[in-house]
Design a binder for this molecule. Structure first.
Ligand SMILES: Cc1cc2nc3c(=O)[nH]c(=O)nc-3n(C[C@H](O)[C@H](O)[C@H](O)COP(=O)(O)OP(=O)(O)OC[C@H]3O[C@@H](n4cnc5c(N)ncnc54)[C@H](O)[C@@H]3O)c2cc1C
Length: 483
């Protein structure tokens, strides 16, 4: 899809804390100082929220004439989201005006890559406006199958396949790979850049033994917390029709935002002596007797029939607060490998979410902190309670105990789709895939520019950061191609 995941994501624009960028810099990536990174966030941004613009402290931290429009969401459930933020505030996750600026033990509404109810994907922000440039040719429904590399280890083009036909596209300058953290390492490996033994196992001639390609995969895992109560009430047919008209007339209503996440979000930690939030709660609201709840948990999260049935059963009588709990600084890491040397085969993805036991402990502690929301005024006022999911493996544990949440975490862990680090940047080929100018170690004229190059994940959501990486990367290309 043009614009990649930015065309289907939940549109949360939350970059996380700048401390993490300092660690990128400290890891030997001198092009990525905190100041440089902030400069490129600003370069991408076009903040359009009037309240934020009216507040000089907030306004000066954003860019105002970049291609990416950001604003607040026209959220259908804003009254409920506000009450949940009040609850988080009551628990000690301080309500702040802008989570991008204050994100330690904090809550509030996030900014969004949507404006007046219209998604601002990278296609809309960058590609479409540039589509008519004479030096840009966009090929749809075309997959890159191999990077062409000559005997001097210089990239000179790509092999692509369109409508069953192979084509070769060549360049006298550079090949830039931006296929995302899953597909970029796959393409590198198919082209002979990767761990030598793994390439040999797949009958691929190894041109550059680059051991870290596809390694160190980091992702933000998701564990669902399901709370039921007397709000929100059922949506009637009239509500849905009104909402559709609202969208056509005012760009408001359920079609104007993600059907999964609201804009209410909290970040926090259970650790002492830190100023870094390593846990996130994203609020999703499902009205009583929701028509989409079954499909959501089956198709988006792939939960089994009996678990989904138990959720649907409770939702028939109660409004449902689906809190997406995610770990923002996981210790575990996984990897991407090839399933074959056929470019059409999917790669194998091993996220290894709770490989490191500290992550399971953190998840249980973090979720137990999150469920304290049940003790707040609003949740008490709506008779809120935790629902048990139909998972026989976890029945022996007391509801809301640490052991219960460990069991739920192990059995129901999913993703919020934030893979990074599979082509990470760093100073040497032994520990990274690209250098800090995003050039692939060991090959000339080849860069990777996407979420995969991040040396570590961030304690925010990845879209904003990936776009910043794109902006920084494009200036690095220009600097290196001045002549
Ligand atoms: C369902 C979902 C919800 C999310 N919600 C949020 C959110 O609310 N906020 C947030 O910040 N982040 C969110 N994310 C994550 C965020 O969107 C991604 O981190 C970000 O878009 C990654 O960008 P990328 O360019 O690295 O990769 P991608 O977006 O994956 O782009 C890669 C592109 O390359 C193309 N491609 C791949 N292989 C080939 C090939 N061989 N040949 C040609 N083209 C190829 C793909 O089709 C795609 O267009 C979400 C992601 C998903 C999937």
């Amino acid at each position: 899809m043009l614009g990649g995941c930015s065309g289907i994501n939940a549109m949360i624009y939350f970059r996380g804390d700048k401390q993490v960028f300092q660690t990128w810099y400290d890891g030997g990536n001198k092009e990525w100082s905190v100041d440089q990174v902030l400069k490129y966030f600003k370069k991408s941004q076009n903040l359009q929220n009037q309240d934020m613009l009216n507040n000089p402290t907030i306004s000066e931290q954003y860019g105002h004439d970049g291609p990416l429009v950001i604003n607040k969401v026209n959220n259908t459930f804003s009254d409920i989201a506000e009450k949940v933020i009040d609850s988080w505030n009551e628990m000690g996750f301080k309500r702040v005006n802008d989570l991008n600026l204050e994100n330690f033990m904090a809550s509030g509404t996030v900014t969004s890559t949507s404006a007046d109810g219209v998604r601002q994907s990278t296609d809309r922000a960058y590609l479409t406006p540039a589509a008519k440039r004479p030096n840009l040719k966009i090929l749809k429904k075309t997959i890159a199958t191999k990077i062409l590399i000559d005997k001097n280890l210089k990239a000179y083009g790509v092999e692509v396949e369109k409508d069953g036909k192979k084509m070769t596209l060549t360049t006298s300058r550079e090949v830039i790979v931006s296929a995302g953290a899953i597909e970029s390492p796959k393409l590198l490996m198919l082209s002979g850049i990767g761990p030598e033994k793994h390439l040999q196992e797949n009958d691929i001639t190894c041109l550059v033994d680059s051991p870290m390609v596809g390694q160190n995969l980091q992702d933000h895992c998701l564990v669902p917390i399901l709370i039921y109560g007397n709000e929100p009430r059922e949506m009637t047919d009239a509500d849905i029709y009104r909402s559709q008209i609202d969208y056509l007339a005012h760009r408001k209503g359920i079609l104007s935002h993600s059907d999964l996440a609201t804009d209410a979000l909290a970040v926090y930690t259970t650790y002492k002596n830190t100023t870094y939030s390593n846990m996130q709660n994203i609020l999703s609201v499902l009205p009583k007797n929701s028509r989409t709840i079954g499909e959501l948990f089956k198709s988006a999260f792939n939960y089994n029939e009996s678990v989904v049935e138990s959720i649907i059963e409770l939702n028939k009588d109660y409004g449902t607060f689906f809190i997406l709990f995610d770990l923002l600084k996981p210790y575990s890491s996984g990897n991407i490998s090839l399933s074959s040397n056929d470019p059409k085969d999917k790669p194998l993805i091993f996220p290894n979410y709770f490989n490191d036991p500290r992550d399971l402990d953190d998840a249980a502690a973090g979720i137990k902190m999150a469920t304290k929301v049940l003790e707040t005024d609003y949740f008490k006022s709506i008779g809120a309670f935790l629902g048990r999911m139909n998972l026989p493996e976890c029945d022996k544990f007391e509801l809301d105990s640490a052991d219960y949440w460990k069991c739920i975490s192990k059995n129901m862990v999913s993703t919020i789709f934030h893979p990074v680090r599979t082509t990470q940047m760093g100073p040497s080929i032994d520990s990274s895939v690209v250098d800090s100018r995003l050039r692939v170690h060991g090959v000339k004229n080849l860069r990777v520019i996407d979420a995969g190059v991040m040396p570590t994940t961030v304690n925010g959501n990845l879209n904003a950061v990936t776009i910043m990486v794109g902006e920084r990367g494009s200036d690095l290309i220009k600097e290196d191609n001045k002549n």
